[in-house]
Design a protein around this ligand. Structure first.
Ligand SMILES: [Zn+2]
Length: 415
């Protein structure tokens, strides 16, 4: 039992929050029967971020090559490095680095797509973060995902779900999976009642190629295969037609909007205003470190809001509360979890330190979180009712050791 005392909640009301097991059981009441009391005076309590699209092993490629055309970036830098280094030890080292970075910036749950997801699951369990893991499925050896073992292997992982870890099927993209493979994915997903995560409509090239080959947009194509439903999370969804916006909304699929990655790779700006207006489900993700280059959901939330205002020349688009909920509770809700900071909701929460100039003065809860708060403000992180980080330090892993190990890879990768 944990008592978080005197934290600021939405509406900036000060209250005590009691956590029992994995849930928040009381807000506002006093309790002296707690095992652990956290003095949250001068702090704000927020639901943790749900990073809805990333590739955690790619953190070791952070800053390896930037500002290059996609093909050159992949062929000359990322693929050769993956070809040389990608194995279990690399994935574990990179995952530890990424999870530390995510927890320290207020993320309590993430959705990943890569290979070696079983090893990523082990690290997530060790550190005690909530993880949704989609083993990548590809038809051919792109080197990028050379260890991709196909639908059968991804399906076999689904039985390993735990309280913290949920496995998904991860067909990489419409252009890396054949129609037959996607049909197999659909069949496996239906049989196992599994979620599916896929890159969809990321670039203009993907949109135009599919139009030419199949006479359909990427969204229409995955819909024609029966994959567009309330179990599908689409990363990016930048290139959508008006009809696609309607389809995504009607079929209750979720978009994982990745504004930094889309901007950095020159892919474009997703139609988030239109999706939100249509009442589609929209979450936010950082994508991998090779195209961001950080896993900081404060930055991502801030950028998501600002880019939509700029591109639509309208400051009322994607207001603070809307964008913040997209970055936090939307992802949880999609997976059937309530993380909306109320009695009965899951105890995946973060305490934000307010004793600094950029938090002063504080007029509005959501404005602060969407526009002013920074990763360094994260003081305490509680996941599934357990304290993972306190006084800016993670309890479940030796941060220094993990960073030293990651740096050892830098020396190898550089040469
Ligand atoms: Zn991605």
């Amino acid at each position: 039992m944990i008592l978080v005392k005197n934290a600021l909640l939405p509406g900036l009301k000060k209250a005590n929050v009691l956590i029992e097991g994995d849930k928040i059981t009381s807000i506002g009441g006093a309790s002296d029967k707690s095992d652990e009391v956290i003095d949250a005076d001068g702090m704000l309590l927020m639901p943790g971020f749900f990073n809805a699209h990333t590739h955690v092993p790619m953190s070791l490629f952070r800053g390896l090559a930037d500002d290059l055309p996609l093909q050159e970036w992949l062929e000359k830098h990322i693929w050769p490095a993956e070809d040389k280094f990608l194995d279990k030890e690399f994935v574990e080292t990179a995952t530890k680095l990424s999870l530390i970075e995510m927890i320290k910036s207020g993320t309590t749950a993430f959705l990943d797509m890569y290979t070696f997801e079983k090893n990523i699951a082990e690290v997530a369990e060790e550190i005690r973060i909530r993880a949704f893991l989609a083993e990548a499925i590809l038809d051919f050896d792109t080197k990028d995902y050379k260890a991709g073992k196909g639908v059968e292997y991804a399906e076999s992982l689904l039985k390993n779900n735990t309280e913290l870890v949920t496995f998904l099927l991860g067909p990489h993209a419409p252009y890396t999976c054949s129609k037959e493979t996607l049909e197999k994915v659909k069949e496996a997903a239906e049989k196992q009642n599994a979620f599916v995560h896929m890159h969809v409509a990321e670039t203009r090239k993907e949109f135009e190629d599919l139009k030419k080959d199949k006479g359909m947009t990427p969204v229409e194509y995955i819909d024609s295969l029966g994959l567009l439903n309330d179990k599908m999370i689409m990363a990016h969804a930048v290139w959508l037609s008006d009809k696609d916006v309607q389809l995504v909304t009607e079929k209750k699929s979720m978009v994982a909007h990745c504004p930094s990655s889309n901007a950095k790779l020159g892919s474009g700006i997703a139609r988030v205003r239109d999706l939100v207006k249509a009442r589609a489900r929209v979450s936010i993700g950082t994508d991998g470190c090779a195209s961001n280059n950080v896993l900081d959901m404060f930055k991502e939330t801030h950028l998501a809001a600002l880019m939509q205002k700029a591109v639509n020349t309208d400051p009322t688009v994607l207001p603070a509360e809307t964008v913040f909920k997209s970055a936090t509770s939307a992802g949880y809700e999609f997976f059937g979890l309530n993380n909306s900071l109320e009695e009965g909701s899951i105890a995946d929460v973060v305490l934000i330190d307010l004793k600094n100039p950029h938090s002063t003065p504080l007029y509005d809860y959501y404005s602060h979180l969407a526009y002013s708060a920074k990763a360094g403000d994260v003081d305490t992180v509680i996941i599934n009712g357990r304290v993972i980080m306190k006084n800016h330090e993670i309890i479940t892993i030796n941060e220094e050791e993990a960073i030293v190990k990651a740096n050892e890879y830098k020396e190898k990768i550089k040469t």
